[in-house]
Design a protein around this ligand. Structure first.
Ligand SMILES: NC(=O)c1ccc[n+]([C@@H]2O[C@H](COP(=O)([O-])OP(=O)(O)OC[C@H]3O[C@@H](n4cnc5c(N)ncnc54)[C@H](O)[C@@H]3O)[C@@H](O)[C@H]2O)c1
Length: 301
């Protein structure tokens, strides 16, 4: 599969999964805008060393002007934008009781406002591309629970799932498809938030599972981290391809597993005279999912 002729913006591509997405897409022929507030130049150097085409961009996507600057730089350099991967994110672990307004606000700014701003500025170019693609990098923390001390983070990523669905309806007629990925990989964020991949591999509860699935020695932290991100990139890259038919869908990507996550509406119980006692008496059938309708698909032109 090739991406020749396509221009792809990857936010937060100076490290972790974003770096991996940028490198894969450049290797497959895309011209890539490597955005990050740190390390973007080093990733471009890596891409160029293997014959790829990329440009570094240091804008902070969490501000309106930063995202506008990113898209302007992309268009000035490459003349178009065909795909946007909203990958930049932060995750600061903090118990809910200790979560301050400032932490909640900072998390929402990077993880939710950033994708809103970047997508807003890229939208006219994605529409004129005819096969525009947006990938929202969300998280299982939005819906699956189980991530400790990340209520604020889960909320910021849940908003991306809602944005994915709504944008998918808006973009469909103009060929713009918007999907979300809920990844798991061994990156700095998966550890203590720094760049210590050994630490991430040592402490991540799923590291042994990932090592086994990927056939990599758990002691080889650098290789395990690299493999765990590259298999996520395979899913993200396909969602950026013009031939990918998905729109408004959510995908799990972890250790080589790729699967769709969806919502279902139970058939439940219905009574035009519904009163609280009737709700209580029929609660079993109301909560049952034995009969249900899946979230509808959204066809892209
Ligand atoms: N690692 C996981 O298992 C996991 C799980 C679920 C979701 N995610 C999501 O995947 C994405 C990539 O995370 P990662 O694990 O590769 O983490 P990472 O920390 O290695 O990479 C994130 C990058 O985003 C950059 N960034 C942060 N704020 C920015 C801003 N305002 N503007 C531009 N760049 C900014 C950082 O500098 C960093 O290089 C994030 O959105 C994260 O929330 C990761």
């Amino acid at each position: 599969m090739r991406f020749d002729g396509r221009v792809v913006i990857v936010t937060g591509a100076g490290a972790g999964m974003g770096r991996s997405h940028a490198k894969l897409l450049a290797a497959l022929g895309a011209r890539v805008v490597v955005n990050d507030i740190r390390n973007a130049g080093a990733v471009v150097t890596e891409i160029e060393a293997t014959g790829g085409i990329a440009v570094a961009d240091g804008h902070d996507i969490s501000t309106d002007s930063g995202s506008e600057g990113l898209v302007t730089a992309a268009v000035e350099r490459f003349g178009q934008v065909d795909a946007l991967i909203n990958n930049a994110g932060i995750a600061v672990h903090c118990a809910f009781a200790d979560t301050t307004y400032d932490l909640f606000d900072q998390t929402m700014r990077v993880n939710t406002y950033g994708p809103f701003f970047a997508t807003k500025y890229a939208w006219p170019y994605l529409r004129s591309s005819g096969t525009g693609r947006v990938v929202m990098v969300a998280s299982k923390a939005a819906v699956m629970g189980g991530a400790h001390d990340l209520v604020h983070y889960g909320a910021s990523k849940g908003a991306l799932l809602a944005m994915t669905r709504q944008l998918a309806f808006e973009g469909a007629a103009e060929g713009v498809a918007v999907n979300a990925v809920l990844p798991t990989a061994l990156t700095g964020m998966a550890g203590d938030g720094g760049d210590d991949l050994d630490q991430a591999v040592r402490t991540h509860a799923l590291a042994p599972h990932m090592a086994e699935r990927l056939g990599v020695d758990l002691a080889d932290a650098a290789r395990l981290a690299e493999r765990s991100t590259s298999v996520v990139s395979a899913v993200v890259a396909w969602l950026c391809h013009p031939a990918c038919p998905s729109n408004g869908e959510f995908f799990n990507a972890m250790a080589g597993e790729a699967s769709r996550l969806t919502f279902a509406l139970g058939t439940g119980f219905s009574d035009p005279e519904l009163i609280v006692d009737v709700v209580r008496d029929h609660f079993e059938v109301i909560t049952s999912m034995d009969s249900h309708t899946l979230m509808p698909s959204i066809a892209v032109r």
